[in-house]
Design a protein around this ligand. Structure first.
Ligand SMILES: [Zn+2]
Length: 139
């Protein structure tokens, strides 16, 4: 197997996102993606994949807000229709629920985003194959 073949190897988006969601390295599946709650490790200790080149940026919070909003709002409407609690109960209950669901889902979403970036060879996960060297030579 040549280095060129390895660089052009297909990366499964589904597998990479699923591994990232579980905090695993998108390449080898070892649980080394995060070194802290939301801090991505610089490299995978098992396979040596450089993870520091990811650029998840604002995508994980954006998707987390999207998910949490679509979970909390229907639940709040169902609770209002069924039990009609006072407004302060709504405020306390759904603020706490939104914070808890956000804190749980944020690392899951960030891992999935980093996994997808790896599978798509985006940003720091781009291959340094011969085709990239040719582009640099032409400039
Ligand atoms: Zn790895």
């Amino acid at each position: 197997m040549t280095i060129d073949h390895i660089l052009r190897e297909e990366r499964s988006r589904r597998t990479a996102m699923w591994r990232g969601l579980r905090g695993q390295c998108p390449q080898c599946g070892t649980k080394t993606l995060f070194r802290k709650y939301l801090k991505i490790s610089d490299t995978c200790n098992a396979c040596g994949l450089a993870l520091s080149g990811h650029q998840a940026d604002d995508a994980p919070p954006y998707f987390t807000i999207f998910i949490v909003g679509h979970v909390i709002v229907p639940v709040a409407l169902i609770v209002e229709r069924s039990y009609t609690p006072p407004l302060y109960v709504h405020a306390i209950m759904f603020c706490l629920l939104a914070i808890i669901v956000s804190l749980i889902s944020l690392p899951l979403v960030k891992g999935a985003v980093v996994g997808l970036q790896w599978a798509l060879r985006m940003h720091g996960f781009a291959s340094d194959g011969p085709e990239n060297e040719k582009v640099e030579d032409n400039e």
